[in-house]
Design a protein around this ligand. Structure first.
Ligand code: KIV
Length: 271
């Protein structure tokens, strides 16, 4: 485990200043040391150890199976590669839903057992007590409203949220509640750009969008998605910044050919 006393350059205050100055926040996910080091060196502002690790790292269909111990394990791996960005750890399913006391204990575990800068949890009114209790102890909380993947079985699909007036009102209210409860920023997932604009203008804290249009104060993507490593999953909001699937396939094909034709390793590559 790296030192829990380690400070990174970007803090919750940095994000407030960025919002006030109109400087957009870039955020990506990471689950391992090498990726975290690469994206930190490349200048991303916030690194989320997302519970999407359940999907893209563990190969599960939903985010539900990932555990507290696994989130802690991956946060420690990520933290060793990060010097600048703020690290946030997702609270996994059932680590906060049972109530504010359980949420508080588990947020405390993340902060004690990793050098994370804070935690993220999904929901609005239903998690306001938890956010209040966690932030009152000095632990930064990132909220998450709109599409909340941990509630997939309640909704039955990953469709866009906030498309009816009633749903949009509910998301707007939840975003305000999350801010009032003490969150330092909030993820807006898969909601209409118009609604995200309204929320971003209404809140003092920054909004970080994923599938929420251009008016958010920052943007987050799942790193394997934006690197073209997860091509079976291509919602409209994912932009490919690289085609690592093709790069890796070509590299592995070439390596296999070289091994089979005995052209790897050469004498120079031997001892
Ligand atoms: O777990 C995750 O990667 C997330 C982002 C999609 C915001 O919650």
């Amino acid at each position: 485990m790296s030192s829990p006393g380690q400070f990174r350059k970007i803090t919750t205050q940095t994000f407030m200043i960025m919002k006030q100055k109109g400087i957009k926040i870039s955020a990506l996910t990471a689950y391992d040391f090498i990726t975290a080091k690469l994206i930190d060196n490349a200048g991303v502002d916030l690194i989320l150890v997302g519970d999407s690790l359940s999907n893209v790292f563990q190969g599960n269909l939903t985010t539900l199976p990932v555990t507290m111990d696994e989130m802690i394990y991956h946060t420690n791996a990520v933290a060793k590669g990060v010097q600048r960005a703020m690290i946030i750890t997702d609270m996994p399913f059932m680590s906060y839903q049972p109530g504010a006391d359980e949420a508080f204990r588990n947020a405390g575990r993340i902060m004690k057992e990793t050098p994370s800068g804070g935690v993220k949890l999904e929901g609005g009114k239903n998690v306001a007590d938890a956010i209040f209790k966690i932030t009152s102890a000095g632990i930064p909380v990132m909220g998450h409203v709109g599409l909340t993947p941990q509630s997939i079985h309640q909704f039955g699909s990953y469709r866009e949220r906030g498309t009816t007036d009633e749903e949009a009102e509910g998301i707007l209210r939840d975003a305000k509640i999350v801010e009032e409860a003490g969150a330092f920023c909030v993820v807006l997932e898969k909601i209409p750009a118009k609604l995200a604009k309204k929320i971003s203008e209404m809140l003092k804290i920054p909004t970080i969008g994923i599938g929420a249009g251009m008016h958010c104060d920052g943007q987050i993507l799942v790193t394997p998605d934006m690197l073209g490593l997860n091509k079976e999953f291509k919602p409209r909001f994912v932009r490919y910044y690289a085609d690592l699937t093709t790069e890796i396939e070509n590299a592995v094909k070439k390596f296999t050919e070289d091994v089979k034709s005995s052209s790897f390793p050469t004498e120079q590559e031997s001892y």
